[in-house]
Ligand binder design. Structure first.
Ligand SMILES: C[S@@+](CC[C@H](N)C(=O)[O-])C[C@H]1O[C@@H](n2cnc3c(N)ncnc32)[C@H](O)[C@@H]1O
Length: 335
């Protein structure tokens, strides 16, 4: 089957890499058919349960669909492809689309599809038996039937201001989830955040079923983080208060590390220089991460990325605009 992932386009490469990391974590065998910033199409014998599990994990994807066909935006070609790709299920239908193009008019395209696909099926826009999904780009049209929608509003509901313990230092949950996914952590593996703060990263990891371990230099952060994890009924966690230099007294051989380093504005570094703290952070992260393990690290600027070079190789890096005046860097390192 060909699967169509409708990417959120909130970044040019991160949404696609998030899907690929989840496919790896869930041990899905596939090959890539199309990859661009709007969609990822793969060919795979994946089970329905695994598709649901992917949707449960992902945060930068809108829908996962079964691809019917893709072609150019020419109406003649769309008509021809649609006639060759009939839908054999019974019941009502709705055609929903996303126009990602600035130059292609969606209406003629949808009319062509409607003529063919609603010919022998009743239309039900509110509760259709089958939702057809169409993604229109500058050059192509991708047509599929919805399998599952990613419940993205859950991430808004978990923003730090809605959690029992607040501090402005926490990343948006959808970004925290994507970082967890970039580590390709599997269910029941151990994920550490040694600068856990309010627990925003740990929470997203805990919700997908990984064992989580958190530490922070501030006792009040550990207490607040515990409150948050209890509130969301996360059971499988371990927290301790420690400076980054002491974490190897508590843990070893973790499967992955996902963390957002303090950068001295609203988060404390207790007077230490950023460079000195980051040197110690990478050294100690390397000590407790298993061989070949992945560390996904948030950094305040490009210049800090090579500090990890002594212990890790860089697999991926992302420049990410958090808001108009704040850009962060997220790097996937491998030990
Ligand atoms: C950017 S915040 C982490 C935010 C976190 N991801 C969240 O969701 O709230 C960085 C954290 O590092 C902690 N920290 C600062 N210096 C530290 C050190 N030397 N060792 C361990 N933690 C430290 C701070 O107390 C702060 O909670």
């Amino acid at each position: 089957m060909k699967l169509l992932f409708e990417l959120s386009k909130e970044h040019d490469t991160l949404p696609k890499d998030e899907v690929l990391s989840c496919l790896k974590a869930e041990e899905v065998v596939y090959n890539i058919v199309v990859s661009n910033e709007n969609v990822l199409v793969i060919n795979s014998d994946i089970s329905y349960d695994k598709i649901e599990r992917l949707a449960e994990r992902l945060s930068f994807t809108f829908f996962i669909d079964k691809l019917l066909f893709f072609c150019s935006t020419s109406r003649d070609e769309i008509k021809k492809c649609a006639k060759n790709n009939v839908i054999d299920s019974e019941g009502s239908i709705a055609i929903n689309y996303k126009n990602r193009s600035s130059s292609v008019d969606s209406q003629p395209i949808i009319r062509v599809l409607a003529e063919i696909y609603t010919e022998d099926k009743p239309v039900n826009l509110d509760n259709p038996d089958l939702e057809m999904r169409v993604v229109i780009t500058d050059t192509n049209v991708y047509v599929g039937s919805k399998i599952v929608e990613v419940k993205r509003n859950q991430f808004e509901k978990r923003r730090v201001q809605h959690r029992p313990f607040f501090s402005p230092i926490s990343l948006h949950p959808k970004l925290a989830r994507a970082l967890v996914n970039l580590s390709s952590i599997k269910r029941n593996e151990k994920l550490l955040d040694p600068f856990c703060g309010t627990g925003g990263i740990l929470l997203e990891a805990g919700l997908i079923g990984t064992k989580i371990i958190g530490s922070d230099i501030e006792e009040k952060m550990i207490e607040g983080c515990k409150k948050t994890l209890d509130f969301y009924k996360i059971k499988n966690f371990e927290l301790f208060c420690s400076d980054i230099g002491g974490i190897n007294n508590y843990i070893s051989d973790v499967d992955a590390i996902v963390t957002d380093l303090p950068y001295g504005k609203s988060t404390t570094t207790r007077g230490e220089s950023i460079k000195g703290l980051y040197d110690r952070a990478f050294e100690n992260i390397a000590k407790v991460l298993k061989k070949n393990g992945i560390a996904v690290v948030g950094l305040p600027n490009k210049g800090m990325i090579p500090i990890g070079d002594r212990y890790f190789s860089i697999l991926k890096k992302y420049e990410y605009r958090v808001h108009r005046s704040l850009t962060r860097y997220f790097v996937v390192y491998q030990k």
